[in-house]
Design a protein around this ligand. Structure first.
Ligand code: ATP
Length: 282
């Protein structure tokens, strides 16, 4: 087993478990449930853990309630999360999923922390933690040094860690949506069709040459932000990093060894759930 396999061991394990319970929840008694709510630009993910912080249920839904990391459709967001909460409660046979944690993109705390908090509370949860996305992702990656790059739907979040502490954060408005726009233009297909095509891993080899310039643009953004920091490794998370081979292009462009877990899409939502507690925020 290589060093990187060891690094991702916990991450791959918990994500694998989460993928299973999204299809078939584990209906067992638990004294408490911890929920993570990831309100993204492209996708809303809700992850439920049991008293031992093991995934027992989960759901995700593509939605357009957040743009560039900001909540733009408050009522739409509340409804989606309330409906997902109700569905998960029914699946698990529990009266109420009470405790939830949520996250916001790096550097947006003064702007949007309040909106995300209100959405989660408006959906009927008690909010117990509101953390930044990179800290959340690192709860499953567990890295001490390097850069965590979260390429989501609307934005790319960059966080640099030194001895386990976040020393720099940035969020840039380039993400998977731009990949889909490029694909739609190149293939003369509607945006929604390009989105679906992009998510089909059996087509990744064919579409990668079209998407390469956008990946290189993301790599240039990463390079610019990590300049002046001692970054020896880049760790990719976020749904866009599911794109087969994205890590090789980023590694080539930045000159820095680049790694990703088996499914980078659920690292942040699970990290959020792991940071859920029983202490309700004011
Ligand atoms: P943001 O973090 O910018 O707010 P988000 O949280 O919605 O956005 P994620 O859920 O991490 O972002 O990722 C969603 C993006 O990942 C979408 O653009 C989606 O098309 C893309 N994506 C999801 N699965 C795949 C896949 N298998 N291959 C390529 N791209 C994918």
């Amino acid at each position: 087993m290589s060093e990187k396999d060891v690094t991702f061991q916990y991450c791959d394990e918990i994500i694998g478990q989460f993928e299973k319970v999204c299809k078939k929840p584990i209906v067992e008694k638990s004294s408490v449930y911890y929920t993570g709510v990831d309100l993204g630009t492209a996708c809303v993910v809700v992850a439920v853990l049991d008293e031992n912080f093991r995934p027992v249920a989960g759901a995700y839904q593509y939605a357009d309630v957040v743009r560039d990391g900001m909540v733009v459709d408050y009522f739409g967001a509340v409804k989606i999360i309330r409906d997902m909460k109700a569905k998960l409660e029914e699946e698990l046979g529990v009266e109420e999923l009470l405790y939830a944690a949520a996250a916001i993109p790096p550097g947006t705390d003064t702007l949007d922390g309040g909106a995300v908090k209100n959405v989660v509370q408006g959906a009927g949860f008690e909010l117990t933690n509101l953390l930044d996305e990179s800290t959340a992702a690192n709860a499953v990656l567990k890295i001490k040094n390097g850069a965590i790059v979260d390429i989501g739907g609307g934005t790319t979040g960059i966080s640099i860690l030194k001895d386990g502490k976040v020393v720099y954060v940035a969020d840039e408005p380039t993400g998977g949506t731009h990949f889909s726009l490029v694909l739609a233009g190149a293939m003369h297909i509607p945006f929604n069709e390009a989105e679906v095509l992009k998510r089909d891993s059996s087509r990744h080899k064919e579409i990668l040459p079209v998407l390469k310039p956008v990946v290189e643009k993301v790599a240039a953004i990463i390079k610019q932000h990590i300049q002046g920091y001692d970054v020896d490794e880049i760790y990719l998370v976020g749904g866009t990093c599911c794109l087969t081979g994205i890590e090789n292009i980023i590694q080539k462009q930045t000159g820095i060894p680049t790694f990703k877990p088996k499914n980078p899409m659920f690292a942040t939502p699970l990290g959020i759930a792991i940071n859920c507690t029983k202490d309700i925020m004011d």
